[in-house]
Design a protein around this ligand. Structure first.
Ligand SMILES: *[C@@H]1O[C@H](CO)[C@@H](O)[C@H](O)[C@H]1NC(C)=O
Ligand SMILES: *[C@@H]1O[C@H](CO)[C@@H](O)[C@H](O)[C@H]1NC(C)=O
Ligand SMILES: *[C@@H]1O[C@H](CO)[C@@H](O)[C@H](O)[C@H]1NC(C)=O
Ligand SMILES: *[C@@H]1O[C@H](CO)[C@@H](O)[C@H](O)[C@H]1NC(C)=O
Ligand SMILES: *[C@@H]1O[C@H](CO)[C@@H](O)[C@H](O)[C@H]1NC(C)=O
Length: 410
């Protein structure tokens, strides 16, 4: 067959420079022929696997020798990659075991070869098959691969939202790039919030607590998709103080507030802010620094001092942080009851700066008592000393007079 085959193949290659023809006639009788072949070219993305499949007609009186798959050289199949013999046993060229495999069935006249992990270099080769018979012209066919890069979309920018408070504004932007039109969509769960080509912007104008959670941006084109998610973190609101009375007539007092919900949970951590407001003689109010106490319930007990104005506020905490100390939620109260532990004489001491807002009245009393003692004991001591001096000088004078009398009488 050698000579005739070579002659024929040369003719064939001259006629069709690239791909050998699918139909070859024998000298007489029915032709063997290829019934179906892979697309020419066969499109494949870089990194993908491609299955190349041929179905051929096999005249009954033909005896199959082998089916070969390989790379075409200058004129002939130059590199055999897979050879399948008449019994269906196949052999793969050494070093190509992970690159190519046999997946056909000779009983059904089906030749299938799989190329794995196709690379751009595969696009430069011409792959083909030989279906060889004993003493008959073989069937040949070749195929080129069109190796393409996947034009996967890629999200190039997505907003990273800051820690937010209720009522604030946030714009979630998502921008994607890629070759073909990219549909960009913002989702929250299954719900579509906004979409666009190459960009999607979803604006939340007046954030409410329910807006917390995950937002997903999906960029899609024919080749695939890219996804990025962002988390909206929302701080709680400050609770509403429930006390309504502004004048307090009892030292033992309880602050109450309503529970706050945040990000689907009931808040259990609160901070009570309190401070004394002092009105000086010149009518200028001076506020002492805020004092804070952490609470887990919804009430706070405090022993109030007599005739003292106070400010109270409560903030709530979630896992992200503390609510704002909202000015319109501050409670102003003032006490109106007699000081049980100290006299009105302490009034002068109230104008002096205090280091703490929680001094007990008995302490102030102790300080004033010791001061009074000092006030009285100092002049008394001086008087006593003066009296001693006067008495001493009197007796000295008398003694001197008596001595002078004795001298004159002698
Ligand atoms: C190609 O085939 C191999 C082996 O079957 C498989 O592991 C791999 O995931 C396939 N690659 C693609 C891109 O489908
Ligand atoms: C090959 O094809 C024949 C006929 O269609 C079938 O009987 C046989 O099961 C196939 N063999 C394999 C391995 O698929
Ligand atoms: C997000 O989109 C809004 C509306 O188009 C725009 O005003 C804003 O500047 C964008 N922000 C960023 C960071 O791209
Ligand atoms: C201080 O304020 C009170 C009540 O607001 C007012 O009656 C009084 O005249 C004011 N005193 C001075 C010194 O401004
Ligand atoms: C109250 O709790 C907050 C948050 O858990 C903490 O940062 C703060 O130091 C606490 N303050 C006091 C006075 O315990």
């Amino acid at each position: 067959m050698g000579f005739w085959y070579s002659l024929l193949m040369t003719l064939v290659l001259v006629l069709s420079s690239d791909v050998p023809p699918s139909i070859v006639f024998t000298s007489g009788g029915k032709p063997q022929k290829i019934i179906s072949a892979p697309d020419k070219p066969t499109r494949v993305f870089i990194g993908d696997n491609v299955s190349l499949s041929w179905r051929y007609y096999h005249p009954n009186h033909f005896t199959l020798y082998e089916v070969v798959f390989g790379i075409w050289g200058a004129d002939l199949l130059s590199t055999k990659l897979v050879a399948v013999n008449a019994n269906g046993f196949h052999k793969i060229r050494k070093g190509y075991e992970s690159k190519v495999s046999w997946a056909g069935n000779l009983t059904s006249s089906l030749a299938v070869f799989v190329l794995y992990n196709v690379q751009p270099a595969d696009g430069k080769k011409l792959y083909g098959i030989h279906v060889e018979y004993h003493s008959h012209t073989p069937l040949t066919d070749g195929v080129r691969l069109q190796v393409e890069a996947k034009h996967l979309p890629s999200i190039t920018y997505v907003t990273t939202p800051s820690l937010l408070r209720i009522g604030q504004y946030v714009s979630l932007n998502c921008t994607a790039s890629g070759v073909s039109p990219i549909h960009v969509t913002w989702y929250k769960g299954p719900k579509v919030l906004a979409s666009g080509i190459s960009e999607a912007v979803f604006a939340l104008k007046n954030i409410i607590d329910e807006d917390w959670g995950e937002f997903l941006c999906v960029a899609k084109n024919f080749a695939g998709e890219d996804k990025k998610s962002v988390i909206l973190r929302i701080l709680p609101e400050s609770p509403k103080i429930l006390n309504t009375k502004k004048k307090i007539y009892d030292a033992s007092w309880t602050l109450r507030w309503s529970a706050v919900n945040s990000e689907g949970h009931r808040v259990t951590s609160y901070t009570v802010w309190h401070r004394v407001v002092h009105v000086a003689r010149d009518n200028i109010t001076r506020e002492k620094p805020w004092l804070r106490e952490n609470m887990t319930g919804l009430i706070y007990h405090k022993e109030l001092a007599a005739d003292t104005p106070y400010m109270f506020a409560v903030t709530a905490w979630n896992r992200w942080g503390e609510s704002l100390l909202e000015t319109d939620k501050i409670l102003f109260i003032s006490t109106d009851f007699p000081d049980r532990n100290s006299k009105k004489t302490d009034q002068t001491l109230h104008t002096e700066p205090e280091t703490s807002v929680m001094p007990s009245s008995s302490n102030k009393k102790a300080v004033s008592m010791s001061k009074t003692e000092v006030l009285y004991s100092v002049p008394a001591g001086i008087l006593f000393l003066l009296l001693l001096v006067v008495l001493a000088s009197y007796f000295i004078r008398r003694k001197r007079l008596r001595d002078e009398e004795n001298n004159t009488s002698k």
